[in-house]
Design a protein around this ligand. Structure first.
Ligand SMILES: [Zn+2]
Length: 477
């Protein structure tokens, strides 16, 4: 229990008493009885001599001296409780505003006892009222000191946190270690059968980009499609450089469509797997949506040239099947834009959506088989093989085989997603082979028919020459 003497010391308790009383005075009910008001109010010890120019010395403040009522004498007789409270409130509010201005202007907050301008005119010169104001000013200064101190601590804390954040940021960029699946945040947990080797959330896209040179669960996924994208880019250039001069503009357009589809798909997939550890679920979702859109673009990019050459002599059916494919492509892209589409629990739905879209080619495939030229059986076989590779890859992906049977053993290699990626690249190569076979066949068909028509025309002309008698030569004697 603190004694009165103890409280006279400038200790923490005294400060808090002063602050508490100040708060109470600010929100004081004007109807509070004067006795209670006297007991709670901290006042300046008027017995002490005060140097008006000296900074505040908190040791001069004491509290709970009810015998030192500030409004004794003339004022105590005339003023009502309401007036006393109003007076104090007015002074305190004025003082608060003045201190706030000083603080915002960057001036020191210590008030000298001489700055007594806030005392209303009718109270100027009244020793008791002046002592009240001084006491409150000092109390207010303490509060302001406390606030400034608090703000200083907060700003130091913020600064320390900022420095710590930067340190962690740079450390996270350069010295991160792979972690266990259970240490990942929820929004990064995708495949619980891969135990170790996960990248932690990285603080920058640059750190994610650099992670492609580290070994972790996504390294295989990044490089299988990264190398695939480079391979198809090289094939694209090679195909156009060595292209048969007899190929038409439509042939070139079909190849461009195909290469754009597959390169976009592989590129978006590489980007997604590279940045899937970025410490922002929103950014990861954008990349995952791009990845799914890339799959849709790849499927439609494969369909367009295959259907064009398959129904080369039936343009009406080509338009029907292409319209069907475009509608499915748009639908799958719309579904891909759904925020939850990329969540682990919708893995099977994703496989179903893209398998349905891909397998929609079965209908035109059967139609094509019926009207198939026997010389295109090999090309047809290519498309069958390509479809089978996609289906196998999708089933492995959806069911997470083989890691499901070997949890923790496929963390870095032979996981279902890597197998799926490799099968996609192989299937795309097989598909390209099929398209090239069909394009060559159509080119051959066209050249044969044009040669045949030229021969027929020549034969017709020759026959006409035989039938038509040559005009008699008129000899001029
Ligand atoms: Zn992937």
């Amino acid at each position: 229990m603190q004694t009165f003497k103890d409280r006279a010391k400038p200790n923490q308790h005294q400060r808090s008493v002063s602050l508490v009383n100040y708060d109470e005075l600010r929100r004081r009910d004007t109807a509070t009885p004067e006795t209670e008001f006297r007991q709670r109010r901290p006042v300046l010890d008027t017995q002490a001599s005060v140097d008006p120019t000296a900074p505040i010395d908190i040791s001069t403040i004491s509290s709970n001296k009810p015998e030192k009522c500030p409004l004794t004498g003339e004022y105590a007789e005339k003023a009502t409780d309401l007036e006393k409270s109003a007076l104090l409130s007015e002074c305190l509010l004025t003082e608060t505003a003045a201190v706030s201005e000083k603080r915002s202007a960057g001036e020191p907050l210590l008030l000298s006892a001489a700055s007594c301008s806030t005392l209303p005119n009718h109270l100027q010169g009244d020793p008791t009222a002046t002592s009240i104001i001084k006491g409150h000013r000092r109390s207010l200064s303490l509060r302001q000191r406390f606030e400034v101190g608090y703000e200083y601590i907060v700003s130091e804390f913020e600064h320390a946190r900022e420095v710590a954040g930067k340190t962690v940021y740079h450390a996270g960029e350069t010295v991160w270690k792979v972690c266990h699946f259970n240490h990942l945040p929820n929004w990064m947990q995708d495949n619980e059968y891969l135990h170790w080797g996960h990248r932690p959330p990285l603080p920058s896209l640059w750190a994610c980009a650099k992670s492609i040179f580290r070994v972790h669960t996504e390294t295989g996924n990044i490089w299988t499609h990264g190398i695939g994208a480079l391979l198809f880019l090289a094939l694209f250039i090679y195909t156009f450089v060595t292209m048969n001069a007899h190929k038409t503009a439509t042939d070139r357009f079909m190849l461009i469509v195909y290469f754009c589809g597959i390169i976009t798909c592989l590129l978006f997939s590489t980007l997604f797997h590279t940045f899937s550890c970025y410490a922002s679920p929103k950014v990861i979702k954008i990349f995952s949506k791009l990845d799914y859109c890339g799959i849709s673009l790849q499927i439609i990019g494969s369909m367009i040239p295959a259907l064009y050459y398959g129904f080369y002599e039936n343009f009406f059916m080509y338009k029907i099947y292409i319209s069907f494919g475009v509608v499915l492509c748009i639908l799958s892209i719309i579904v891909s834009m759904w925020d939850k589409f990329g969540e682990p629990k919708y893995r099977s739905l994703r496989a179903i959506v893209f398998l349905t879209f891909g397998l929609s080619n079965v209908i035109p495939g059967v139609h094509w088989y019926i009207i198939l030229d026997s010389r295109l059986v090999t090309a047809f076989g290519m498309f069958i093989l390509q479809g089978a590779l996609y289906v196998i890859g999708s089933l492995l992906y959806a069911n997470r085989i083989p890691e499901r049977f070997f949890p923790g053993k496929c963390d870095y290699i032979f996981q279902s997603h890597q197998i799926f990626h490799v099968l996609v690249v192989v299937a795309a190569l097989v598909h390209l082979n099929g398209i090239n076979s069909m394009a060559d066949f159509v080119l051959h068909l066209n050249s044969t028919s044009s040669a045949a028509s030229a021969a027929a025309t020549a034969a017709t002309v020759a026959a006409a020459n035989v039938v038509t008698p040559s005009p008699p030569v008129v000899s001029v004697p």
